[in-house]
Design a protein around this ligand. Sequence first.
Ligand code: MN9
Length: 309
Amino acid sequence: MANYSMTDFKGVIPALVTAFDLDGTLNEGLTRGLTASLLARGVDGLYLTGSTGEGFMMSPEERMRVVQIACDEVAGRVPVMVHVGAISTYQTVALAQQAEAAGADAISSVPPIYWPFSPDQVTNYYRDVTASTGLPMVAYNITLAGALGFDMLARLAAIDGIEGVKYTAPTHFEIGRMKREIGPEFRVFSGADEMAMSGLAFGADGLIGSFYNIIPELYADLIKAMADGRLDDAKALQDKANDIIFFTLKQYPMSAVKRIMAWQGADAGYCRKPFDNYETPEQEEALKDSYRAFRDAQGLTGIGFLDDL
Ligand code: MN9
């Protein structure tokens, strides 16, 4: 049973990573552990099996298992949204219904991928998936899966049960436009971590993204600074986050995020191939060295995992 409604999704919501062993096996114990660790760090919700969670790298059964484990570990303490996107309506409906049964509070989906589906087909996909459960749907706009665009989002917002969007694109004027033209009750989650401040400035209700797995506290401070109107403080925090984001994007990004989580005490394992990994202790030590050099060159302080390196 869902515990929360759409308006309960706010604040800092990590797109949870999924832990795999080096041979690619899903590591259920580590996945449970990192879920518990992020809850202990005070995150406001979780987003499961999205891009960051390597949802597209897993079988439907594995995705369902991750959802089961995370919902079980969360046990109603924070709202949970599950990315259920797949190439066919049939597969997505199965994932959506399992998410509901597991106790998730909302579902989310990219549009159907690979084929150039028509706007009517995309609309029907969202209508059918949304009608298949009692959970609210958050459309996931990300260019990797084909951007939805304002007109499509407005069309989707008119469908009963489609209550928001995870908006991962730099065109933030569209966030403001959605809030004014679709309505303030349409929930918008800013998905570009490097632009959280601007997303919030244009009216986003919360943040969903990868880097909230490693620096959620910084973003909680940024949200507070924005709410207080302390723009200089918010900008300083965004700049600090962006130093970390841009440096990490130059590494093997999600593999580095997972190693950083291990350094923070919540080992998140490895990524599934063809993503690259820091496989050996020597490679991991070299990664640590590069973060130390980066920290010292930038003069970055006050970020736990960097201070501790
Ligand atoms: O939408 C994430 N995007 C991808 C979520 O995973 C492609 C973001 O959180 C980015 O990882 C982040 C860094 O570019 O903004």
